[in-house]
Design a protein around this ligand. Structure first.
Ligand SMILES: Cc1ccccc1NC(=O)[C@H](C1CCCCC1)n1c(-c2ccc(Cl)cc2)nc2cc(F)c(F)cc21
Length: 232
């Protein structure tokens, strides 16, 4: 049985990434807002565009703390941000949904989201993903590293130096793999399950444009930043 050990450097890397991840949280807690009141489809759509816009800004700040990210080609940095923003938003939403809440709150939150204006056909795949993330009971280091691995996906559109991104991603994957073995000793397949969620995440993210334009209301307005990031 090989002894898995996280090196000093990997420990330091994990701390930088996790601190940055926790620092760059979404300003106001959208779950609390949704639990407080029931909003119209229009208000929910506006809330979503505000949340998604601020989340992109938060993502840019977060990536500045990923060791090596700023050394990548500038245009590749943009391509990675553009290519991962939607997935990072759904991953963030899944982590918010999976947070431990007082009994009954998750059910209310789920109901509010079901009724928010999203088209029926996307609700099941979205909640299936949220629940599959919840079942993993990730610690915050795993959440931070999983988001980092998602950002450092080499085969995003327009990435020129894929090798450079691959080297960074492999560094993060090695730490995440060791962390999974140490955090979930009874589940040797945990790391593989975790990476499997990234495939589910990519599939869900393919629907994001459809999910937005089919929001049950007329005249969908987007911020300029969202027009850049979302294919709308
Ligand atoms: C949580 C977050 C952080 C950062 C950025 C975005 C968001 N996400 C949101 O603000 C929207 C709200 C928005 C208001 C209507 C209900 C869903 N949201 C979505 C979602 C649904 C559909 C699409 Cl197309 C995208 C996202 N899934 C959620 C799960 C949650 F547990 C939650 F609390 C909010 C969630």
């Amino acid at each position: 049985k090989e002894k898995v050990e996280i090196t000093k450097e990997q420990q330091a890397l994990m701390k930088i990434i996790t601190d940055a991840y926790n620092r760059h949280q979404i300003p106001q807690d959208v779950a609390k807002k949704l639990l407080q009141d029931q909003y119209s489809a229009e208000e929910n759509f506006l809330l979503l565009t505000e949340m998604a816009t601020s989340q992109v800004q938060v993502l840019v700040e977060f990536t500045k703390n990923i060791p090596g990210f700023l050394s990548l080609d500038r245009e590749d940095q943009i391509a990675l941000l553009k290519g991962s923003a939607v997935e990072a938003m759904f991953l963030r939403s899944a982590q918010v949904f999976s947070r431990k809440m007082p009994s009954g709150h998750t059910e209310v939150l789920e109901e509010r989201i079901r009724k928010s204006g999203i088209s029926e056909e996307f609700i099941t795949p979205m909640f299936n993903f949220y629940k599959s993330i919840g079942e993993l009971h990730m610690v915050q280091e795993e959440q931070a590293l999983l988001t980092t691995v998602t950002i450092l996906t080499p085969d995003r559109p327009y990435v020129k130096d894929q090798q450079a991104v691959e080297r960074l991603q492999e560094t993060m994957l090695d730490v995440l793999r060791k962390l999974c073995v140490l955090q979930h000793p009874q589940e040797p397949q945990y790391f593989a399950r975790l990476l499997g969620r990234l495939t589910e995440l990519r599939t869900l993210s393919h629907y994001h444009t459809e999910m937005l334009v089919s929001w049950r209301m007329n005249d969908h307005k987007f911020t300029p930043l969202l027009c850049e990031i979302w294919d709308v």
